[in-house]
Every structure is written in structure tokens, then in C-alpha cells.
Design a protein around this ligand. Structure first.
Ligand code: 2NL
Length: 296
């Protein structure tokens, strides 16, 4: 009251008084309806049910990534990590990606404007080239992570997605090791009855290269829309590491051989859970995410 100018004191006092009476009336009224003073220990009913806690759910990408890591862990593969902002050498040049390769184009890759030697990695192979450069052999790693490509966003493409790449280098690693490793992997992930087939392919960093298909999970191989009536679904690319790549990363290609593979986590999650639109993974729509409640 002391700080209120003299000419306003009367009105100010009236308003304050009205409010006091209003508050007191409310308090008395609430005492009547509850029948006792509020905020006392007697008021506390410990038998009342608690406020429900909304349990969240794991993201399907995390669920699938964890399953992939667990399977390869049992085969002796360790998880390796690396930068998402990478230099040209570790993302492209060391991997034998030629100068004119379309992946190197501005249309396909995000470059950092201030320094075009830096870019957002287009695959997690950069983790593997860095691991090879450390020079400690043998190497048996998988590299899960986010990768970036300059794509128009649609149900089938996005400007970022998640990958798991794998690398195994030792004395006398063969294509038979590659096949058996990947066969074990898909049997663990999709079930023992899944079939595989390899088709010849091309990657600059592997020779020979292949795409691996699995028998369609939806129709069991009979033919449906998911497998475009072929009975087979492509799930990963793989091959024997190109000697040039080994050499670029300081490994004696006369002594060592190895295999590598790469797969998109979204693609596998779509097959496992019957998801038909890539955009669902990054829209944070709880109606989509809640469907994974309780999955681990
Ligand atoms: C795909 C195909 C692939 C690799 C990735 C690789 C890495 C090094 C050396 C050689 Cl350091 N190869 N990675 C090899 C073959 C295929 O990915 O379709 N990914 C989504």
C-alpha cells in the first residue's frame, strides 16, 4: 500500500478487499464440499490409484539395429563408430570411387559450402576406411549409423537413412566365409527357413560384388506385390574388398583378403514390420510409434 500513489489508494484497497472476500468464500465453500480442511495428512488417501505413467516405445530403427548388432556380436563382430561429417578421402577416394562417379556429384551428395572437401557421409564405409588405416589386423566390425543422400523425399527415398555395414579382414578370408556369415545372419533375423541367393553386381570398392536376395517373407516365394511376383527380395549388397581399397588404407593386399557388406536398416524394418512408407520413420507421428510399445 505504501508504494501506491495516494490518489489510487482507495480503489486499490477496494479491489484487494473484494479479492480477499472472494478467496475466503471459495475456501469456505470447498471446506463444506470436502467436509474438512484441505492439505492435511488426514486428507491423503494412499489407497487411491496413482496417475498412470505413459510408457514410451523404442523406435523401430533402434529395434532392428539392436537385433542386427546382437546377431553379428555372436559371430565376433565388434561395433565401430565414426564421424557423420567426413572428408572426401574417407568417404570416396580411398574406396576407389572414380572421379566421374555419380555419387560424387552435388546432385547426389551434400557438400559443406565453406569447404567442399567435407561432406555428409553417404555410407558408413568411412568408419571402415578409418579402422583399416589404424593398421591393427585382423578386423571384424560392423558400423551402424546415419547416412545422407541428396534425394527427393518420397515413400521410397529420403535425404537420410540408416545403414549397417560390415567388414572382415584376415588371412585367407574367402567368398565362402561371406556367404556363410550372411546366411547365418538372415536365418537369425528372419527365421531358419529363409532362403538366399546371390546375383552378380558392381561396386567400385568390392570385386567380385553381389546383391543378396532372401525368399519373400510375405508370400514365402510364391509371388506377391512386395517381391514384385519374383519370390525374392533384395536386402543387401556385398563383395570381396577390392585390393586397391586395402592398399589405399595401408593394408598389404598380397597377404590379406576380406569381405564387406552394406544394408539399409529402414529396408529391413519395412520387411519385418510390413511398413510401406519410408517417411513414417522420421515424422514422429505417435500413432505410428506407439505400435512398437513393448517391443524390445
Ligand atoms: C548397399 C551396398 C555395400 C560395402 C557396402 C565396403 C566398405 C569398405 C570396403 C569395401 Cl571399407 N566395401 N562396403 C561393400 C559392398 C556393398 O553396400 O547396398 N548398401 C546399402
Amino acid at each position: 500500500m505504501r508504494n501506491v500513489p495516494a490518489e489510487h489508494r482507495k480503489t486499490f484497497g477496494q479491489v484487494l478487499n473484494d479479492f480477499k472476500q472472494f478467496a475466503e468464500a471459495k475456501y469456505e465453500g470447498s471446506k463444506e464440499t470436502t467436509g474438512k480442511e484441505t492439505g492435511t495428512v488426514e486428507d491423503l488417501d494412499l489407497s487411491l490409484p496413482g496417475d498412470p505413467v505413459q510408457a514410451g516405445s523404442r523406435h523401430p530403427i533402434n529395434l532392428v539395429r539392436k537385433r542386427i548388432i546382437d546377431i553379428f556380436h555372436r559371430l565376433g563382430f565388434a561395433v565401430a563408430d565414426g564421424p557423420e561429417i567426413e572428408d572426401d578421402w574417407h568417404n570416396f577416394t580411398s574406396l576407389n570411387l572414380p572421379e566421374h562417379h555419380p555419387a560424387r556429384d552435388m546432385q547426389d551428395t551434400f557438400y559443406i559450402a565453406q569447404n567442399p572437401d567435407w561432406l555428409l557421409r553417404t555410407h558408413t564405409s568411412n568408419v571402415q576406411t578409418r579402422e583399416m588405416e589404424k593398421g591393427k589386423l585382423p578386423i571384424r566390425i560392423i558400423c551402424p549409423g546415419r547416412v545422407y543422400r541428396n534425394e527427393t523425399i518420397s515413400a521410397r527415398a529420403h535425404c537420410f537413412f540408416h545403414q549397417v555395414e560390415g567388414l572382415y579382414i584376415d588371412d585367407a578370408v574367402s567368398f565362402a566365409d561371406l556367404k556363410q556369415t550372411l546366411y547365418f545372419f538372415v536365418q537369425e533375423l528372419f527365421g531358419a527357413s529363409v532362403k538366399i541367393r546371390f546375383r552378380p553386381s558392381y561396386f567400385p570398392f568390392t570385386e567380385p560384388s553381389a546383391e543378396m536376395d532372401i525368399s519373400c517373407l510375405i508370400c514365402g516365394g510364391g509371388g506377391c506385390r512386395v517381391c514384385k511376383h519374383s519370390g525374392w527380395v533384395e536386402i543387401l549388397g556385398c563383395g570381396m574388398i577390392h585390393p586397391k581399397v586395402l592398399h589405399n588404407c595401408g593394408i598389404d593386399a598380397e597377404r590379406y583378403t576380406g569381405f564387406a557388406f552394406g544394408m539399409g536398416i529402414e529396408r529391413i524394418a519395412m520387411l519385418l514390420y510390413g511398413i510401406n512408407d519410408l517417411r513414417l520413420f522420421s515424422e514422429n507421428d505417435v500413432r505410428f510409434l506407439r505400435q512398437f510399445t513393448g517391443a524390445s
